[in-house]
Design a binder for this molecule. Structure first.
Ligand code: NAG
Length: 387
């Protein structure tokens, strides 16, 4: 089961990051009172933003707040997103070509019977928490039999795609119609759509990723009633492809495979797609090779790689990690749901800080990165309300 691999600085840094975030969460569980302070000393994003009249596209804000406990003054940097001037086709085609070459996205986006051999020993995409080794799994025949024969994908097979992030900036955006009018709509982690949310986020869903943390809401899909609930909830999206990551992290493999077998039992394997671990790894490398420093890319950048491979024109909605927009406070999500496991945090801003900083991600850096692609006409980073 185990195989040795080189100890990279990535592994070490990831390990340290994991320990730090575990310590922070543990502390919060133990002493709810102290936490606000603990985070205060480590965060650079806790300032309260005063309402402003001018739009955020018109200014770069570096705002300072007198903190009440006389610790170091912190700021929240709010970037400018310029009005989109159109897609730059040559540049976009160029990046798509490199992306498809470096990540082999057409062949490796999904685990298939072509890229995984019967009985093959597969390396997980990420290292185990307390070890410096990557883990491996020998693919059982039962799993291999469930894989699709091939990905069936074609480069830029759709003209317009929307990748819908879950930021609270979508609340009152009225972007639902615009999102639903695109050829291919990508969402992540089971966000609510339609109904009261339809006007802001739409309801069309063609591709949806589900992190293992979402399965926790269904008690890991062990009991029949939880399985039924999961299938009912998935049905609310229509018949999207469901993208899971059974080969990303060893200890998450079981619940992902459980989800897949629930789908099989329900006769819905045509909707199931699992990522190939090499694709996850190479997507991370691809973005890092273009200047990204953070330790681990978010699902957002994974979905960007998916959509840039499959679409001519990619528009991102609901990507806004900052606590205010245009002077109005912005919630972490456009809906209200625990983001760390199933734990209900009373202090929402604390929950947000733990997610954004107690992990391997750097949301600010990622946003600035996306904004540069926007400036080059490679993606349309849509932040403002729709008309
Ligand atoms: C996150 O990225 C921003 C922008 O690149 C940088 O200024 C900041 O120091 C980074 N934060 C951490 C915790 O690495």
């Amino acid at each position: 089961m185990w195989s040795k691999s080189t100890v990279t600085s990535y592994t070490l840094a990831a390990l340290v990051g994991t320990i730090l975030s575990l310590v922070t969460i543990h502390r919060e569980l133990q002493q709810n009172q102290c936490i606000r302070q603990c985070v205060r000393h480590t965060s650079y994003m806790h300032s309260a933003i005063q309402p402003r009249d001018d739009s955020p596209e018109d200014y770069i804000g570096a705002q300072w707040e007198e903190s009440d406990d006389h610790d170091v003054q912190m700021e929240e940097f709010i970037p400018v997103v310029k009005p989109f001037t159109g897609f730059h086709k040559a540049e976009t085609d160029n990046i798509r070509a490199s992306l498809m070459e470096e990540t082999r996205s057409m062949d490796d986006m999904f685990a298939t019977q072509q890229n995984i051999q019967r009985g093959q020993t597969l390396h997980f995409a990420e290292t185990k928490m307390w070890s410096l080794q990557t883990e491996t799994v020998k693919i059982p025949d039962a799993v291999h039999n469930m894989l699709p024969r091939e990905t069936g994908l074609k480069p830029a097979q759709y003209k317009t795609c929307s990748v819908v992030g879950n930021s609270g900036v979508l609340t009152n955006s009225r972007c639902g119609g615009q999102i639903d009018s695109s050829d291919f709509v990508v969402r992540s982690n089971f966000p609510p759509v339609g109904g009261e949310f339809a006007k802001d986020v739409g309801s069309k869903t063609d591709f949806i990723t589900i992190n293992p943390s979402v399965f926790a809401f269904y008690d890991n899909l062990i009991k029949e009633k939880d399985q039924r609930k999961f299938l009912d909830d998935l049905a609310q999206y229509g018949k999207p492809l469901m993208y899971t990551h059974p080969f990303r992290i060893y200890h998450q493999a079981k619940v992902c495979l459980q989800a897949i077998s629930v789908m099989k039992k329900a006769g819905r394997m045509d909707q199931v797609r699992a990522s190939h671990p090499d694709f996850l790894t190479s997507v991370g490398k691809f973005w890092k090779g273009r200047g990204l420093q953070e330790l681990r890319c978010t699902t957002g950048l994974l979905l960007l790689a998916v959509s840039m491979s499959l679409c001519e024109e990619v528009t991102l909605y609901g990507f806004w990690p900052f606590t205010s927009y245009n002077g109005h406070p912005v919630n972490y999500h456009y809906f209200d749901r625990p983001t760390i496991g199933t734990k209900e945090f009373k202090d929402k801003s604390l929950e947000r800080e733990l997610v954004q900083h107690g992990s391997f991600h750097n949301f600010t850096e990622e946003f600035l990165f996306l904004n540069r692609l926007h400036d080059r006409g490679v993606i349309n980073l849509h932040v403002r309300p729709c008309s």
